[in-house]
Design a protein around this ligand. Structure first.
Ligand SMILES: [Zn+2]
Length: 355
């Protein structure tokens, strides 16, 4: 057949189809001899083709836009997508790109693990004394303490009253009393104060007076108290409100690395003890020496860089293969290790485990 004959045949077929087509198609368009396309229901998952389809979907093919010149926007070439999808299904080509959200989540997790970077406010504690009810009465008589200033920690206040502290080598006047009265008298001083007084108290957590020393005398307007215990250099600590503890995943007893100060004297302080529970407001307590060393004052920010929970060190998981390797090298099982059942059997057989 010649091209002319083919054209005429196509024309005859088209006319025959058009005559048999439903009337609405005929009236809809004089040039169209196919039923008008119907837009299929969109796929359920956000307009993306299901992963098993193996083909990209472009609905403009099915239901052409009324405006033929309109460029398809926000859409990669269908042929390109189909090629990439088939290549991926066959295990070829580059792995699919992650959605924008996932790397962000990963970053957040990483940040939480490595660099939480939480800012807290610094409170500098000058030397001060907490007094038992008995010692308070001895030093000041029966009159109640006068509140000079409320402290950040709820219920605690700096009293107008102060005492003199006499040590073997010297004395310090005007040591502030912090109220209210508590069970045990506790005198908290800085290392430079200890040097001036001629004593060597331990660095201890407030309230942990087992290792504390005495050897100084408190002198008040109504009397004197010779301390047998209760003298400490307070360990740097972070008071932590329960809500902040929950928010930041910290617990009472955790140890922190905290960056303090800016510029030339900035430093990271290690082993900052977390004190958390009811009645704590979030504040980092440093003593006067520490604050001077890193050039910070009350109200300055400090940044928590890392923390660890003492005693929560990861226990090694020992497999049967590990047991064999250890035995071959003549090494014992690591203390506290967790053994898989087969590792236990092997270790028993090799005499490395008693029971
Ligand atoms: Zn404190």
């Amino acid at each position: 057949m010649t091209n002319d004959e083919l054209d005429r045949l196509a024309d005859l077929i088209a006319r025959a189809l058009l005559e048999r087509a439903p009337s609405n198609v005929r009236t809809h368009s004089a040039t169209s001899w196919l039923p008008a396309p119907v837009r299929p229901a969109p796929p359920e998952r956000g307009g993306e083709p299901p992963p098993w389809s193996g083909a990209a979907q472009d609905l403009t093919d099915v239901a052409p836009s009324a405006n033929r010149d309109a460029a398809p926007r926000f859409r990669a070439s269908t042929a390109e997508l189909t090629r990439a999808t088939r290549a991926a299904a066959g295990g070829k080509g580059a792995p699919p790109e992650r959605s924008g959200r996932e790397p962000e989540r990963r970053l957040t997790r990483q940040r939480a693990a490595n660099a939480p970077a939480i800012d807290v406010r610094i409170g500098v504690s000058n030397r001060h004394v907490h007094l038992s009810t008995a010692d308070l009465a001895t030093l000041f008589g029966t009159a109640p303490l006068t509140v000079a200033r409320q402290l950040t920690q709820p219920g605690q206040f700096a009293a107008a009253e102060s005492v003199a502290v006499h040590g073997p080598k010297g004395r310090i006047d005007g040591v502030r009393v912090v109220g209210p009265a508590r069970g045990d008298t506790q005198l908290e001083i800085a290392v430079s104060d200890a040097t001036a007084l001629g004593v060597e108290p331990p660095v201890a957590a407030s309230g942990a007076l087992d290792g504390s020393i005495g050897g100084v005398t408190l002198v008040g307007p109504a009397g004197r108290v010779e301390l047998r215990r209760g003298l400490i250099i307070a360990a740097r600590h972070l008071h932590l409100a329960p809500a902040d503890a929950r928010r930041w995943g910290l617990r009472d007893g955790d140890r922190l690395d905290v960056r303090c100060g800016t510029g030339a004297r900035a430093a990271t302080l290690h082993d900052v003890l977390v004190r958390s529970g009811d009645g704590h407001a979030t504040e980092l307590h440093l003593d006067a020496d520490e604050a001077r060393a890193v050039a910070v004052k009350t109200g300055d920010p400090a940044t928590i860089l890392a923390w660890r929970t003492p005693g929560a060190r990861k226990r090694a998981l020992i497999t049967e293969r590990d047991v064999q390797n250890l035995a071959r090298n003549g090494q014992p099982l690591p203390p506290n290790a967790i053994l898989t059942p087969s590792a236990q059997d092997r270790a028993r057989a090799l005499g490395m485990l008693d029971r």
